[in-house]
Design a binder for this molecule. Structure first.
Ligand code: HEC
Length: 174
């Protein structure tokens, strides 16, 4: 696995780079109670154990689009913190877990919660909440009231992550 203690200095530098890159994104505040549900849509049914079973958008997610969003330094920014089986992207992060095999570890409902609102699971999470507008601090004016990814983009990313099974992850959604 990547991300052993020998990589601590590198991690600190990566964290600084991530902080700079994320300066334009809504910085998530700590969840106040975890009991509120002001985001509407399927978020109202979120539960820590099962996640968010209800898709956030009627169009089924497209794993190829999801892969593009995850790889993108403008849209997903996922590779600042994660590795993923996207070999053409050279610089990948190790602040969060490797996304390879995510489809083996989590159901789509669990992935949806992890993406939409990771702070609900871990109030100290470094991972931005990609679909949440409540309880955010330091939001740049252009981002107020907006989520980082749109509902259909969240579904695309979930379809991609769900396709990352241990046997096929290197080829998933290519
Ligand atoms: C600023 C760093 C950062 C960014 C950007 C980020 N994540 Fe994360 N992610 C984390 C961390 C750290 C964790 C570990 C759990 C925690 O601390 O909340 C995590 C956990 C996860 C998990 C659960 C992984 C597991 O197997 O336990 C998934 C899935 C995930 N992230 C997907 C994504 C996707 C997809 C994106 C981009 C749309 C993304 N992350 C962007 C930091 C980040």
């Amino acid at each position: 696995m990547i991300g052993t203690s020998s990589a601590r200095g590198q991690k600190a530098r990566a964290a600084m780079a991530v902080g700079a890159a994320l300066a334009c994104l809504p910085l998530a505040g700590r969840a106040q109670s975890g009991a509120d549900d002001s985001t509407g849509t399927g978020m109202a049914t979120a539960s820590i154990a099962t996640g968010i079973p209800q898709p956030l958008h009627e169009r089924p997610g497209d794993p190829r689009q999801g892969r593009a969003i995850v790889a993108s330094r403008q849209r997903g920014l996922c590779l600042l913190c994660h590795r993923a089986p996207i070999p053409e992207e050279r610089f990948q992060g190790d602040i969060g877990p490797d996304l390879a095999g995510a489809g083996d570890r989590w159901t789509s409902a669990q992935l949806r919660l992890r993406l939409a609102d990771p702070q609900r699971l871990n109030p100290g999470s470094l991972m931005p909440s990609y679909f949440r507008t409540d309880h955010l601090r330091q939001v740049a004016p252009a981002w107020r009231g907006r989520t980082v990814l749109a509902a259909d983009e969240i579904e695309d990313v979930i379809a991609y992550l769900a396709s990352l099974r241990s046997t096929t992850s290197a080829e998933a959604a290519r």
